[in-house]
Ligand binder design. Structure first.
Ligand SMILES: [Zn+2]
Length: 146
């Protein structure tokens, strides 16, 4: 079982246990997951180690990469996405340009498992995905506009 930190569109966070990422995706797709606080089924996974990527790689590596997929049309949802992004960044170690290197080390058990975030190129992201390393890509949000 894998423990994932989950977040709802209103910014509530909670833990969920899944056999695999595929199981999480399946339950998410079928709206079987709901927030224990507000009941919404707009749930997404907060990436855990080796977690979060910001910076150069903005495009999704493939359609199965879990990431923040909240509809950003409303101010409320945007605020929730921003809060979740901030929480992710605060709860993970900034490894800057060494994201891909650290993610690989964590994946192969060469260093302590922990949540990290940092910057990576699209090529790095592709290589990590091909190596089966789980990570998420943070959306670029229209920051500081209100
Ligand atoms: Zn909620």
């Amino acid at each position: 079982m894998i423990k994932y930190q989950l977040g709802c569109a209103k910014g509530h966070t909670f833990d969920g246990w899944f056999k695999s990422i595929a199981e999480f995706d399946d339950q998410q797709t079928r709206a079987l997951l709901s927030c224990p606080t507000c009941g919404t089924t707009a749930i997404d996974r907060s990436p855990m180690a080796p977690a979060v990527m910001t910076g150069a790689a903005k495009r999704r590596v493939d359609g199965n990469t879990p990431s923040l997929r909240f509809d950003q049309n409303t101010k409320e949802k945007l605020a929730a996405a921003r809060a979740l992004k901030r929480a992710l960044l605060e709860n993970s170690q900034d490894v800057g340009q060494h994201f891909a290197e650290e993610a690989r080390k964590i994946h192969f058990g060469e260093t302590d498992a922990r949540a990290i975030h940092g910057e990576a190129t699209a090529e790095d992201a592709q290589e990590l995905a091909e190596a089966g390393i789980d990570f998420g890509i943070l959306p670029r949000l229209p920051e500081d506009t209100n």
